[in-house]
Design a protein around this ligand. Structure first.
Ligand SMILES: [Zn+2]
Ligand SMILES: [Zn+2]
Length: 156
């Protein structure tokens, strides 16, 4: 490995180089996790292109150069698993970000009965995103209080 790359990755919108150990933005949509952006503005561009319905930019810090080169040379060991087998999801504790968490039939029935309206399928996706987002926050609250149990008040 003679060629040393002096930046970590390139911005998904403007292609500007994002350095090591520096702040970058990523997309909250799980299927976009691989994309990185140099700024919230660049993420906004991406958001417009992708027309996400419910998304936000997440601030992250890129790895230090040593971390990256170390894992490159020693190959597969430290490669992050992007899509783990479904059977594994409970054991590994990695939740599937695409899972629908809403009982579609119940929600549809509610909307139908109460308002006599139909429900588009991607409402479930959208709501699942919202539930995950609220839950992430609730978990942080619970953690901050040193609890292992997420409680209703964490969602307030
Ligand atoms: Zn950019
Ligand atoms: Zn995205």
């Amino acid at each position: 490995m003679e060629e040393t790359q002096n930046y970590w990755r390139k911005c998904g919108s403007c292609k500007k180089e994002i350095g090591f150990n520096s702040i970058y933005q990523s997309c909250s949509v799980s299927t976009c996790k691989k994309a990185v952006f140099c700024s919230v503005n660049c993420w906004n561009l991406h958001n417009e292109v992708m027309s996400h319905k419910s998304a936000w930019a997440e601030e992250n810090r890129s790895p230090r150069k040593e971390e990256v080169t170390a894992s490159d040379e020693r190959a597969p060991k430290r490669i992050l698993v992007q899509s783990k087998p479904a059977a594994d999801s409970n054991a590994s504790g990695v939740a599937d970000e695409q899972d629908i968490l809403i009982v579609a039939s119940k929600l549809k029935a509610y909307i139908k009965d109460k308002y006599d309206m139909n429900t588009s399928a991607n409402v479930m996706e959208m709501l699942s995103h919202q539930v995950r987002r609220l839950t992430d926050r609730a978990v942080e609250k619970a953690r901050a209080e040193g609890r292992k149990t997420v409680m209703d008040r964490d969602y307030e």
